[in-house]
Design a protein around this ligand. Structure first.
Ligand code: ZN
Ligand code: ZN
Length: 554
């Protein structure tokens, strides 16, 4: 086989979002230059105790920073834009996005003190930018947020259609419906690869329209006598408008609770959406309106402890106490992993005598991602040589690849984070694996997710901790009995375990040769192993508590 000219290769490399739903970060490379598409976060699970936010480790692209020509953001969801304020200082290249996304991004950069330094370029809807060697055309689709942009990325080695998150909403209510002719025209240009959303690939039915949600919701609210409280994702601007229209149709006054709702509404209005959004009251004024004339929209549809809905339910909202006859509408899906906290919230509401309506009882939410019918339409319009499923767990992406082949796409390749895929010259194949990892936000620090702080925190969480303080005097003999503190370790009698370990350590150290006793490192390690084993034997639990030993010599 003839040698491949590296400068003429077109490469695709996901660092996040392939093998998981969240923290999207995709890279394209041509002629040694790199273009990043999206830079998102994800939420940590219990494997990372004390961590809320995670994102891709950018070590690989940091090493190529001089050749990183730009970051393009497809839309303003956190899994696409949320990591910029954390990672931009490591990347330092221009950022491109449309107006709505840019407004939210700017407030994030401002909060992080980066707004002055970051070079941000606002791109008009359906506009194009030259980020040499990449020509990037923004193509507005429909999703659950304004201005979701697919990207047509043109290089001398071929054209990519990167869909971003999308669905086909025939009547999106905010923004325009997708134009099949425009997409067919893109398909006519001979697209090398389509890098496409896999989230709902198992759905046989299309996502449905926001219009249907609006009509259903009006029916549900009609005739209700108590307060109505509706909750959805703050960034779902079409839903926010739907809820406002439902309130108006029911002759109710609006009250908005939650900072992120107000922030998203302001961003939408700044970008020219929802300009006729009705006036709304604050919580104090809303409390004076009769129950059958008020409509609250609040944050917290995922049961988040700090969001408005949880505060209201736990009685911590000064001006709003829910009671029998009130109705709470969850106009959103349950994000996997949030099931338990949402169930807890539902139960608390039911206990208060509140009627709870979710997507199970009524069609009050539409997904923002394409089912099989929509995927087929998109493949028929774009007609790529290669399908590259992303934005999914491995089961979604594998199914997506099979699906693409079943409808006539010649090649389909399933990436993992870190897979370097050569798209051109063909055939598409994984040519190497690069370093990939995850960063975790831990207070003020951005650390690797396998940082010793997290590893020992996880062990402490399961097994507890033991601290042994030893004071040695002349001849490396105890000046006082070892002091032992046990944290989070079960005991049948308070202090019994500590006493037991203290005694064991005393006896063991006495028997150690002077060469060990006089060496801080050696003696500390011997005591550490002894105390950990003792705790394990005493409690019969796990791998033994995390043990730390302090040696003081006087
Ligand atoms: Zn997404
Ligand atoms: Zn999205």
């Amino acid at each position: 086989m003839s040698e491949i000219d590296k400068n003429k290769e077109l490469l695709f490399l996901p660092l996040g979002g392939s093998g998981e739903i969240g923290m999207n970060m995709n890279l394209y490379c041509y002629g040694g230059k790199w273009l990043m598409v999206d830079c998102g976060i994800s939420f940590a699970d219990t494997y990372l105790p004390g961590i809320d936010i995670i994102m891709p480790d950018t070590a690989f692209i940091e090493s190529k920073r001089k050749n990183l020509v730009g970051i393009v953001i497809t839309h303003a969801h956190e899994d696409h834009v949320g990591a910029i304020a954390y990672l931009w200082p490591k990347l330092r290249c221009p950022i491109y996005a449309t107006a709505f996304t840019m407004t939210l991004l700017k407030s994030k950069l401002d909060e992080a003190g980066l707004l002055e330094q970051a070079q941000i370029i606002e791109v008009p809807l359906d506009g194009n930018v030259d980020i040499a060697p990449f020509g990037v055309d923004f193509v507005t689709l429909t999703h659950s947020i304004p201005e979701p942009s697919a990207l047509k990325i043109t290089t001398p080695a071929g054209v990519i259609f990167h869909t971003g998150d999308w669905k086909l909403d025939p009547d999106p209510l905010v923004g325009k419906a997708v134009c099949p002719d425009a997409l067919k025209a893109i398909g006519d240009e001979s697209i090398l690869a389509m890098v496409c959303d896999s989230t709902n690939v198992f759905n046989k039915e299309p996502a449905g329209s926001e219009r249907t949600v609006r009509d259903n919701m009006i029916q549900i609210v009609k005739g209700k006598k108590g307060r109505i409280i509706a909750s959805s994702f703050s960034s779902n601007i079409a839903r926010l408008e739907t809820l406002a229209k439902v309130a108006v149709a029911a002759g109710r006054t609006l009250c908005l609770i939650g900072l992120s709702l107000k922030r998203n509404l302001a961003a939408a209005q700044n970008a020219g959406y929802l300009l006729d959004f009705p006036d709304f009251l604050d919580e104090e004024a809303a409390a004076k309106v009769s129950k059958d004339k008020i409509f609250y929209i609040c944050t917290g549809c995922q049961g988040e402890a700090r969001a408005a809905l949880s505060r209201i339910v736990s009685g911590n909202a000064k001006y709003l106490k829910l009671s029998k006859g009130d109705t709470v509408i969850f106009s959103s899906k349950i994000i996997p992993g949030n099931d338990l906290q949402i169930a807890r919230l539902h139960n608390s509401l039911v206990e208060l005598g509140v009627e709870v309506i979710t997507g199970k009882e009524a069609f009050i939410h539409v997904s923002g991602h394409p089912g099989q019918k929509e995927l087929k339409d998109m493949y028929d319009w774009i007609r790529p040589e290669i399908s590259v499923p992303v934005h999914g767990e491995i089961r979604h992406m594998t199914h997506h690849a099979k699906f693409a082949k079943s409808i006539g796409i010649k090649q389909a390749i399933v990436p993992h984070n870190g897979s370097m895929i050569r798209l051109s010259p063909q055939p598409a194949q994984i040519i190497s694996e690069v370093y990939r990892g995850r960063f975790a936000v831990d207070g003020k620090f951005l650390i690797k997710d396998d940082d010793p702080a997290i590893v020992s925190r996880r062990r402490i969480l399961y097994n507890g901790a033991i601290i042994v303080s030893v004071v040695l005097g002349h001849g490396s003999i105890f000046a006082a009995p070892p002091h032992v503190t046990a944290l989070g370790v079960p005991d049948d009698k308070e202090g019994a375990l500590e006493e037991y370990i203290s005694k064991l350590v005393q006896d063991a150290v006495k028997k150690m040769p002077l060469s060990v006793r006089s060496d801080d490192k050696k003696i500390a390690e011997r005591i550490r192993v002894l105390a950990r084993k003792a705790a394990k034997g005493y409690t019969g639990k796990g791998t033994g508590a995390v043990t730390s030993v302090n040696i003081t010599r006087i």
